[in-house]
Design a protein around this ligand. Structure first.
Ligand SMILES: Nc1ncnc2c1ncn2[C@@H]1O[C@H](COP(=O)(O)OP(=O)(O)OP(=O)(O)O)[C@@H](O)[C@H]1O
Length: 481
């Protein structure tokens, strides 16, 4: 009896010792992990402060700037007082980050409160996500302003060691182009003629909308041909008169002679149907934005309609600079958690050798064109992601999407040339797409882009400096409490 209880005691003792040991190991591991995380956060903050104070490390001219983003300086002038920012609802979340709508006080000139979008990393995300967002912030600082990119407005970096990094960018009210196109499939107006060539001009498009039943899906070729064919793309007053007969007998001459303003439908932009003209205009704007990125030696690496946002005046803006790409590279990940597999947007050399360049962005732009003119269908629907590389190497390319003018499809095919140097540059693509757009529309966007030039940047900078000095003297910030 005694010896049995002795054995039992011994067993309890051993079990207790093992359990204690296990608890010690687990606690040590958790503490170690916590310390490691805290140390890495401190390191990130220290690096940020170092870049704030010191001169930037010279970049290697042989490499793309986006490949050495860690060396780009973060200038303190972008720091935005946290207490002037009021976070609202979640706009969307990607695999690594969360984007929230927010109200920012005095962030833009001549506006007391501006609606903005704020990029953050998920609270549960690992530190690589934080590093990637920081990288994106540096790229945005370096990029400067352009109408067709989602511009940086400010950042809150002071609590980075506590895991909070907020990157404040322009808010684009219509969200990403992919989801927008899906919603717009139902009453899309196809403006191609039966040869898949000509488009009506935008004024005619308006008339066509009046003539056509707005709620009707003009998907079938016969419907489309019966309403808006034979429309001239080059509008002179004579051809415009001729076009009245062809396209819309209901329009008065007085209306046509009024000075053209674009977009003529600004007031009911979200309620009017999307048409082929919009797709061409968006393609042109994306190409303009990409041309700007290319000139700045930034490789996007994940160009897709899900990373293009739509805002007022039919303006589209490219977003998500390198966040997902850099994380995919670090984590060797081939797909995003929520979205379609990015392999379908990747150039053949990126799939094969993990090589990214402006020319591989051109390939992705070809896929973006395909998405636009198919109203956001999933590319290569019948091909499994793992077969993509082989199929492309065998020469397989997607067919013309239903709403693409033939010239646009030829452009897609050139973007998908296996040899990167044979692909067109964004400069060339911009020029070629511009041919399909009326002069007054181009002028409208070029003028809209003017405020993004230096003059605007200077005013903005001055006002920001005033705001920061006011914050330092503690005179602003009370209203958002
Ligand atoms: N500036 C913005 N204005 C309005 N909505 C935005 C803005 N930025 C992002 N969104 C919305 O939030 C969604 C998620 O954005 P985010 O860039 O995190 O995601 P993603 O591109 O799907 O993710 P990933 O980081 O995996 O590439 C977008 O698809 C868009 O609908």
């Amino acid at each position: 009896m005694d010896s049995r209880s002795g054995v039992q005691d011994e067993t309890w003792l051993i079990t207790g010792a093992i359990a204690t040991l296990l608890v010690i190991v687990v606690v040590t591991m958790v503490a170690w992990n916590f310390r490691k995380k805290a140390l890495r956060r401190k390191l990130i903050k220290a690096r940020l402060e170092y870049f704030n104070s010191g001169a930037p490390i010279p970049l290697d001219p042989e490499l793309a700037v986006s490949d050495q983003a860690e060396l780009l300086p973060y200038n303190k002038k972008w720091e935005f007082p946290r207490d002037l920012l009021k976070l609202d609802e979640v706009l969307g979340s990607g695999a690594f980050g969360v984007v929230r709508k927010a109200q920012a006080k005095t962030i833009c000139p001549r506006e007391t409160v501006t609606t903005v979008a704020v990029k953050t990393v998920r609270p549960t995300a690992n530190l690589n996500c934080m590093k990637a967002l920081l990288r994106e912030l540096r790229i945005l600082v370096y990029l400067g302003q352009h109408l067709n990119i989602v511009n940086l407005l400010g950042a809150c970096t002071k609590n980075i060691d506590l895991g909070e990094l907020l990157v404040i960018v322009e808010y684009c009210r219509y969200g990403n182009l992919h989801d927008y196109l899906v919603r717009r499939r139902v009453n899309f107006i196809d403006q191609l003629n039966e040869f898949g060539e000509k488009l009506c001009d935008s004024a005619a498009r308006e008339d066509a909308i009046k003539v056509d039943d707005v709620g009707k899906n003009t998907d079938s070729r016969s419907d489309r041909n019966s309403t808006i064919v034979n429309c001239s793309n080059n509008v002179t007053s004579k051809t415009r008169d001729a076009r009245v007969d062809d396209c819309s007998p209901s329009v008065s001459l007085m209306e046509l002679n009024a000075p053209l303003k674009y977009p003529g439908d600004r007031t009911n932009f979200n309620s009017r149907p999307t048409c082929t003209h919009d797709l061409v205009c968006w393609a042109w704007q994306v190409s303009c934005g990409m041309q700007y990125l290319g000139a700045k030696k930034i490789i996007h690496g994940d160009l897709a309609t899900r990373n293009i946002l739509l805002t007022d005046d039919n303006v589209v803006k490219i977003c998500d600079f390198g966040l997902s790409k850099s994380l995919r590279e670090e984590e060797n990940q081939k797909s995003t958690e929520n979205g379609p597999l990015p392999v379908k947007w990747m150039a053949i050399e990126s799939l094969r050798d993990r090589v990214f360049s402006t020319r591989s962005d051109v390939w992705s732009f070809g896929v973006v064109l395909w998405e636009l003119f198919s109203l956001a269908r999933t590319p290569y629907p019948l091909i499994r992601p793992e077969d993509m590389c082989r199929k492309l190497a065998e020469g397989y390319r997607m067919e013309k999407p239903p709403y693409a003018p033939r010239s646009i499809y030829q452009m897609m095919l050139r973007c998908w040339k296996a040899e990167p140097s044979e692909r067109p540059s964004f400069e060339k693509l911009t020029i070629n797409i511009a041919v399909l757009i009326e002069e007054h529309v181009k002028t409208f966007y070029l003028e809209l882009g003017n405020p993004y030039t230096k003059i605007y940047a200077d005013i903005w900078k001055r006002e920001r400096e005033t705001a920061i000095s006011a914050e330092e003297s503690g005179t602003i910030g009370e209203d958002l409490q």
